[in-house]
Structure formats: structure tokens, C-alpha cells
Design a protein around this ligand. Structure first.
Ligand SMILES: [Zn+2]
Length: 111
């Protein structure tokens, strides 16, 4: 097991144990950094992460190009996707609701 440390939106520190494959995924997708062999540090609180993704995508919906202010997981969490910069995009409310927990392939196939 790997210890993951982070901080909440209010600045409280937290930590939890996660398995090695997830730790590697989080580091690889730039959601966390390696502190030492057994510890990683989550880079963003939930609020920070949201603000980061929306600013990165200029509040433009990844799917339709309209204004968006929600976060969508390209590979849905229900299907094993993680909350990482590589897997999250800005989406408008409509696309987010329409896509729900489908993959991008599934969503576009039925647009
Ligand atoms: Zn949209």
C-alpha cells in the first residue's frame, strides 16, 4: 500500500492508503507527486482541481464548444476513471448530463 497525503478545500490535511497501481496512475497523470517510495502527495484539493481544469480549458465545453463550468470524466469514474488532469475536461451542463457515465466513444456514437 501507498500513503497518499493531501489537503482539503479548507486546508485540512488528510491521508489515505491506496494501492500501488492507483498511485502510479495518479503520478503519471500529474495529479500527485512522489514524496518517497511509500508516499505520494495529491497536488490539488477538490476546489483547486476544479478551478484548474476550468481555467485550463477556458470554460469551453470539450464536447460542443459552448460555455461550460462543470467537470466531466472522459473515462467515467464508474468505469475506473480517476480524477486527474488527463481524464477531466470542462463540459457544459447539458453535455455533462447527456454523457453521464458513458465513455467518450459511447457518447459520440449516440450524439
Ligand atoms: Zn457542451
Amino acid at each position: 500500500m501507498i500513503l497518499m497525503r493531501g489537503h482539503s478545500d479548507k486546508g485540512h490535511r488528510w491521508h489515505q492508503e491506496i494501492d500501488l497501481p492507483l498511485a502510479i496512475t495518479l503520478v503519471r497523470e500529474h495529479a500527485a507527486i512522489v514524496v518517497n517510495r511509500r508516499t505520494i502527495k495529491r497536488l490539488y484539493s477538490n476546489k483547486d482541481f476544479r478551478a484548474y481544469i476550468l481555467a485550463r480549458d477556458n470554460y469551453i465545453c470539450y464536447f460542443c464548444g459552448a460555455f461550460g463550468d462543470t467537470i466531466d470524466h472522459l473515462l467515467p469514474r464508474a468505469k475506473g476513471g480517476h480524477t486527474t488532469p488527463d481524464n477531466c475536461v470542462c463540459a457544459c451542463t447539458l453535455c455533462n448530463q447527456t454523457k453521464a457515465d458513458r465513455s467518450v466513444e459511447d457518447f459520440m456514437g449516440r450524439m
